[in-house]
Design a protein around this ligand. Structure first.
Ligand code: SAM
Length: 258
């Protein structure tokens, strides 16, 4: 693995992405549709449209940003995919016209920004593009560093008669980095799918949000809005603009109806 930039993930995964990640939690689409409040929405890292297209089919106006022309080419090949406005670029800079009632980034994609500075920049740029009552939703895994033995492990994620897939993550605690090598070995040869993450705890994300003038509104442990607990493997966090009347001691609610 030599250099790695914003477009690398998509350029490496574009031809296998839809085969590997076909399913999508039905609660996810319901929640995003509800939180769009009828306004235009912006997906950071729209990719092949796995999330965007079902939203469009429900009548939501979706815009996207993605760094990978190959992922967006897959989106364009699908029915309705050529009608979604997509800007090619790094979503840390959210180079896009307009304001959105919902901006969202799912499937750990936020952690693809590899420094704290870049992640803070992303929050700030999101805040600039939210409408007055707009919200920012982020879905990420909860770091689980217990899984590592001397900073690494190897896990066979798929074993078939003619193919094996291995996940080989290396953990850098100092920089909160995971360098993951996903290796597929079959009769055609060996293919490498490197992924790099800079992970952050939910508390650090909340602080980044505050630096951008945003406050936590909801946090769930699953898309069905189950509460976030110490056993949760991921969180879905929703931020809104800080209000003057905000009370620092007020805990986030777990349900939009509360
Ligand atoms: C894991 S895929 C998720 C795609 C889609 N959101 C989904 O859930 O199926 C991550 C997407 O984000 C894009 N991406 C990653 N880092 C990016 C960055 N810094 N700026 C813009 N796009 C980025 C990749 O090209 C890829 O399409």
């Amino acid at each position: 693995m030599t250099s790695y930039d914003a477009s690398d993930y998509g350029e490496r995964f574009a031809d296998v992405y839809d085969r590997w990640y076909r399913s999508c939690d039905p609660y996810l689409i319901n929640t995003l549709e509800e939180l769009s409040y009828g306004g235009p929405v912006l997906e950071l890292g729209i990719g092949t449209g796995r999330i965007a297209l079902p939203l469009v089919n429900r009548g939501v106006e979706v815009h996207g940003i993605d760094a990978s022309p190959s992922m967006v080419a897959q989106l364009r090949n699908k029915p309705g995919g050529d009608e979604i406005p997509v800007n090619i670029g790094n979503f840390a800079d959210v180079d896009i016209e307009g304001r959105f009632s919902l901006i969202f980034i799912v499937f750990n994609t936020f952690f693809g920004l590899l420094s704290q500075n870049e992640q803070i920049r992303c929050f700030r740029n999101v805040a600039k593009h939210l409408s007055e009552d707009g919200i920012f939703l982020i879905e990420t895994f909860v770091p689980d560093i217990k899984r590592f033995d001397a900073g690494e492990f190897v896990k066979a994620s798929k074993i078939k008669d003619d193919e094996i897939s291995l996940n080989v993550p290396v953990h850098d605690l100092v920089n909160q980095r995971l360098n993951i090598q996903h290796v597929v070995i079959n009769e055609k040869g060996i293919r490498f799918f490197p992924v790099k993450f800079r992970y952050a705890w939910h508390s650090e994300l909340d602080l980044m949000a505050r630096l951008a003038g945003l406050n936590l509104r909801y946090r769930w442990g699953k898309w069905n809005r189950a509460p976030f607990t110490s056993a949760s493997e991921k969180h879905i966090s929703v931020y809104e603009r800080m209000r003057d009347e905000w009370n620092d001691d007020q805990p986030p609610v777990s349900n939009p109806s509360e």
